[in-house]
Design a protein around this ligand. Structure first.
Ligand code: ADP
Ligand code: MG
Length: 718
């Protein structure tokens, strides 16, 4: 990326004379065509210097035709031909008045020597104070007529340019992200005054032969065309270069990192002979689904090599990721090495522990749990056991990342439910190495489906495996959304299920009573015990219980000594009790889509039909849309897509935590094809020049490190 800092000239060495040629670092107020007082307005939009101005891209274009006078507009009324989108004209405001009628309406009259033009603004009461009589404005819109009078409805307007305007042929007018203090027209003028100079200063970081091979225009040309297109084809040409550039830079970063991992880091090879394979599978109380077998093969293949595995395992809730992880860990232990499993919550760590312990009951594998709630003495003994190698497998939370924890010989690390961990934490566990270049193989698991485009970008250095099949005998969970008025009937049904020996969850938004009118765990339990569930054994479960109490509740729930858990979203991730068949989510409109899908995944894990009831009288459109979406599909990928639509990509899984700069021009998934080309080119390129240390790559390397070095942790690569 170009930026204020790339030319090496520091701003304070610059002479503030208007005759000094501009640099990319020249501050906005020192640029030609920009008033001395305008600096603040520019800075508010993030534009500090010439480079920033160049990077301030139009968000759309208007094909407008500038007319010399108002009378000319007459001929355009009712013209349905394929002309420009809008007509523009300059005039002076003659009068303004609020209109009458049911809708908010402001009316103004614009005039010049040739005639009058009525401007009507619906539902924009704020325009009134910007339309004082006497102001000269440039207005644009589609001319029409009302009661015989020429008019524009909801026109765009901006201060008229200083210079007199002549009629010009239709042109593409860039419309910039603007503010009240800095209208698009002012930005356009500033751009016009500086574009040629800025573009001339811009060095291209892509070698010319590569540019030709991919038919990319130069960086300077791309910026020139995006700010000043002359034909409609100019915009996509410019966009293509700029979008491709962004994608290529990121892919180069990702490939650099990947190359570094392959070339300089080693992990222990874990051979899997058929006998080992058979012995491990024999531990599982069921046979693997075809999808699980496929993934086990992929992982087994990775582990045989000394190239550290870096694999993402995706599988919807209930798809059976845990045994796959266990397989990898047991391969390590069979080789006399250690394995670690890191879970996002203590409850989940404890659950993994008890499930895995049960499966390995007859074996000599020594498994321990390590969380923040371990006593100091116990923790110390665990640390000793891990350091001496007495402990084969440790399951824990992020407490595993503690400074004092040293493994004797850690060969496999599994991170469950990755979306709870930032990229930084992944890096930490990876860097727990006993010898400088020795790292464990790593498997990251998530139930949150990651769209392909994201897994190729943010997580581009991971290999991806997918479990796309559920264990046999599971019918999809039935989901119903009901109003509060129906909740008595819903709880009655839960009580019936309990009578038949099944169990259930009731999820409420919070732990303690508040004045927000939200249901809380304790009040709701009391309410249920006093009425609908009076014959059931009901307990509460939430994040503030201490570890022992939580353990106790989960154990009793698993042993069926508790019928119904009234819980907060602590049960959201991973809790696996197949006999629990029904989940009731109170005030369901308050939960996010991904969260609702996770919660629903707590049921339908056994032979009985799972049922999820969403109780809510949604007050917002958003809330209602989420309930509809979740009731409509059981498919985690569909849910994730809907989530993306409803929330926008900025919110998406990992995009935030990743710390990567968002794309300015590239749009995913629309630009997927370019992404794939960029990825392929980046791989070939890095293969040939792993550190981009060839002189022709110097500028590219500099811009790459600046853009992504930190987020991708390329520090030790460069
Ligand atoms: P998740 O992918 O959500 O972590 P789990 O690993 O917790 O799913 O598995 C969900 C449930 O399905 C568990 O009770 C597990 O024992 C069971 N399970 C997993 N694989 C199979 C299989 N191949 N056949 C039958 N049951 C399975
Ligand atoms: Mg799980």
């Amino acid at each position: 990326m170009i930026s204020c800092a790339t030319t090496g000239d520091s701003p304070d060495r610059r002479k503030p004379l208007s005759t000094t040629p501009s640099q990319l670092t020249t501050l906005v107020e020192d640029l030609p065509g920009i008033g001395p007082g305008a600096g603040d307005a520019f800075r508010q939009l993030g534009i500090r210097c010439l480079a920033d101005l160049l990077l301030h891209l139009p968000n759309r274009y208007e094909r407008s035709q500038q007319h010399a006078c108002i009378a000319e507009l007459d001929a355009l009324v009712g013209d349905e031909s394929d002309g420009p989108d809008v007509a523009a004209v300059v005039g002076e405001i003659a009068s303004v008045r609020p209109g009458f009628g049911r809708r908010s309406k402001v009316e103004a009259v614009l005039e010049d020597d040739t005639g009058q033009l009525r401007l009507v603004f619906f539902n924009q009461p704020w325009v009134r104070h910007r339309l004082q009589p006497g102001r000269r404005l440039r207005v644009s819109g589609r001319p029409g007529r009302f009661s015989g009078q020429l008019q524009l409805v909801n026109p765009r307007f901006e201060p008229a340019p200083e210079t007199p305007v002549a009629a010009v042929a239709a042109q593409l007018l860039p419309i910039y992200p603007a503010s009240e203090a800095l209208p698009s027209a002012t930005i356009r003028e500033a751009m016009a005054a500086n574009l040629d100079e800025a573009v001339a200063l811009l060095e291209d970081h892509l070698p010319e032969d590569y540019r030709q091979q991919r038919e990319l225009i130069t960086l300077g040309e791309a910026y020139r065309l995006i700010h000043r297109p002359t034909t409609p084809e100019d915009v996509p040409r410019a966009r293509r270069r700029l979008a491709f550039d962004e994608l290529l830079l990121l892919q180069l970063g990702v490939m650099m990192k990947r190359h570094h991992r392959h070339a300089t880091l080693v992990a222990p090879a874990l051979p899997r002979d058929p006998e080992r394979h058979r012995r491990i599978l024999a531990r599982f109380p069921f046979s693997l689904t075809a999808a699980q077998q496929r993934v086990v093969d992929e992982i087994g293949h990775d582990l045989e090599s000394t190239t550290p595995m870096n694999r993402l395992l995706q599988g919807d809730v209930g798809s059976g990721k845990t045994v796959v992880a266990l397989y990898a860990m047991l391969l390590s232990i069979a080789e006399g090495r250690q394995a670690a499993l890191m879970a996002p919550t203590e409850i989940l760590a404890e659950q993994h522990h008890s499930a895995i312990r049960d499966m390995l009951a007859e074996s000599r594998v020594r498994i321990e749990v390590l969380t923040a709630s371990c006593s100091t003495a116990h923790r110390r003994s665990l640390e000793n056991g891990l350091a001496s190698g007495e402990i084969d497998m440790v399951i824990g939370t992020h407490a595993l990342l503690g400074e004092s924890i040293q493994f004797k010989d850690l060969a496999v690390v599994v991170i469950d439910e990755q979306h709870r961990f930032g990229v930084q934490q992944r890096a930490l566990l990876r860097s727990r190495r006993d010898e400088e270049h020795q790292v464990p193989h790593q498997l990251v698991m998530t139930a949150t489906p990651i769209p392909r485009t994201l897994s190729l970008t943010i997580f581009g250095d991971l290999d991806v495996s997918v479990i796309d099949e559920r264990p046999p005998g599971r019918s999809p969970v039935i989901t119903r959304a009901v109003g509060k008025a129906e909740s008595a009937r819903v709880y009655h049904h839960l009580a019936e299920r309990v009578q038949q020996g099944q169990q259930g969850y009731v999820v409420v938004p919070m732990i303690e009573a508040s004045d927000h009118g939200l249901t809380d765990v304790h009040t709701h339990r009391d309410h249920l015990l006093a009425g609908p569930l009076k014959d059931c054994r009901v307990e509460v479960m939430h994040g503030r219980l201490d570890a022992a109490a939580r353990d106790d509740v989960m154990d009793r729930f698993r042993r069926r000594e508790i019928d119904v858990l009234v819980a907060t979203t602590v049960i959201e991730v991973g809790i696996d009790v197949p006999n629990a068949t029904m989940i009731i989510i109170e005030q369901a409109d308050r939960f996010g889509l991904a969260q609702l899908h996770q919660l629903r995944g707590r049921v339908g894990r056994g032979d009985y039909q799972g049922l999820c009831v969403l109780v809510a009288d949604p007050v917002t459109e958003d809330g209602a849309a989420r309930l509809d979406a979740i009731a409509e599909t059981n498919d985690g990928f569909r849910v994730a897509e809907r989530d993306l639509e409803l929330r926008g990509p900025g919110e998406l899984f990992g995009a935030r935590q990743s710390g990567l700069a968002p794309f300015r021009v590239a749009r995913l998934p629309d630009d997927l094809q370019w992404l794939l080309v960029a990825r392929q080119d980046a791989a070939a390129w890095i293969e040939q020049d792993p550190r981009l240390s060839q002189p022709t790559h110097a500028l590219l390397r500099k811009r790459l490190l600046k853009a992504h070095g930190e987020a991708l942790g390329l520090g030790d690569v460069g």
